[in-house]
Design a protein around this ligand. Structure first.
Ligand SMILES: Cc1cc2nc3c(=O)[nH]c(=O)nc-3n(C[C@H](O)[C@H](O)[C@H](O)COP(=O)(O)OP(=O)(O)OC[C@H]3O[C@@H](n4cnc5c(N)ncnc54)[C@H](O)[C@@H]3O)c2cc1C
Length: 338
């Protein structure tokens, strides 16, 4: 591993394309290199921060005087096969699409609805990524981590990870760095097309196969989301609010068309896109080079050259508008850094 000391432009390493220079930067390809990099940071008394593909970050344009460690640990394999399921191991630096391609080749299924999420496996665990009715947590058996404080390597079970809606223990404890995940995948394919967009897409197809699902998701996402290779974005900027039944009933009196989805423990999830578009009347709002993506209001777009502060201020303005209308403090899905 080589620690690069020449101020590296972080805007090249995240999909929002903001960020100042990092004083130190490295890519780690295995556990030993990761430990070496953390030791370098500790020895030099500087902060460190790990990234995957940088697709869930809003980076400050200030210079980062520490070390950015890009997790590039690769490798996927089938570990064991039982009657109904198989256990596979995947290193943290594998892309989600690369993992799904591997599963398709090995006739394994379960997470195909997560197709086209532009992140890595490690961050997918941190974030408990989800799309089209599937959450990563439902297929995670255990996770291997390195504790950056003690350098101990250990395994966390699915329960230890304390997964929630775009949440896990790793968001609270930044010392736990994921190196590998063990997933439990189905040997036989059962399509998960309960999500409304998929239900509609497959209304005329009786028994879609796994490749049909991937194709459908690719099409649906293409129509709904910006192409992150062309426009700066980190996907959904905000989480959909989760509220009590009583709060929902109160809102319903004022906004009779407000949709709802059931969430864990009897709570209700409301679509923030609807709130932004229909209740706040902000659909497609643009201020300078920052805006809400016209086909999906949860997505903020950097149309080119927007700074961290432009995006952050724009997001704050949306947060204020939503609070003003429905008295809910919305949370960000995207992480503000430095
Ligand atoms: C166009 C677009 C569409 C998207 N669609 C979806 C979607 O449908 N569903 C969804 O859930 N998300 C979606 N996202 C968000 C994003 O892709 C996910 O959150 C993804 O998991 C981020 O992965 P990453 O590798 O880019 O992580 P990064 O952005 O690099 O990092 C995210 C966080 O994870 C931490 N991290 C990274 N690797 C590790 C590791 N190995 N160990 C510990 N911590 C680590 C980082 O420190 C940081 O805190 C979308 C983003 C874009 C741009």
């Amino acid at each position: 591993m080589k620690i690069i000391k020449n101020n590296i432009k972080l805007s090249d390493f995240n999909t929002f394309r903001t960020g100042g220079d990092a004083r130190f930067f490295c890519k780690v390809r295995n556990e030993n290199e990761l430990i070496e990099a953390i030791k370098f940071a500790k020895k030099n008394k500087i902060k460190f921060f790990v990234i995957g593909n940088g697709s869930n970050l809003l980076l400050s344009d200030n210079k980062f005087g520490g070390l950015v460690i890009k997790i590039s640990i690769k490798g996927i394999m089938v570990e064991s096969k039982r009657e109904k399921y198989s256990i596979i191991s995947t290193c943290a630096g594998e892309s989600i699409d690369g993992l799904i391609k591997f599963l398709l080749k090995n006739n394994l299924s379960g997470i195909e609805n997560l197709w086209n999420i532009p992140g890595t496996v490690g961050a997918g665990v941190v974030q408990n990524i989800g799309a089209y009715g599937v959450e990563f947590k439902d297929y995670i058996d255990s996770v291997e981590v390195i504790d950056a404080k003690s350098f101990k390597i250990f395994t966390l079970t699915n329960k230890d990870c304390k997964f929630g809606y775009r949440d896990s223990v790793f968001k609270k404890n930044k010392n736990l760095i994921i190196t590998k995940a063990y997933l439990k995948l189905n040997n036989s394919f059962r399509p998960n097309i309960k999500y409304s967009a998929l239900k509609e897409y497959f209304s005329k197809v009786k028994a879609p196969n796994v490749k049909d699902i991937v194709k459908a998701i690719q099409k649906i996402r293409k129509n709904k989301l910006p192409n992150w290779k062309i426009l700066g974005t980190a996907g959904s900027f905000f989480k959909n609010p989760i509220i009590t039944g009583a709060k929902y009933q109160k809102l319903l009196k004022k906004y009779p068309n407000l949709p709802k989805y059931s969430a864990d423990k009897g709570f209700i999830k409301i679509p923030l896109g609807f709130v932004i578009d229909k209740i706040c009347g902000l659909k497609g709002l643009r201020v300078g080079q920052v805006g809400l993506y016209e086909k999906q209001s949860l997505v903020i777009v950097n149309y080119g050259g927007a700074k961290y502060s432009d995006i952050n201020n724009f997001a704050k303005m949306i947060e204020r508008q939503v609070y003003k209308k429905i008295k809910i403090k919305i949370e960000r899905e995207v992480e503000n850094i430095f």
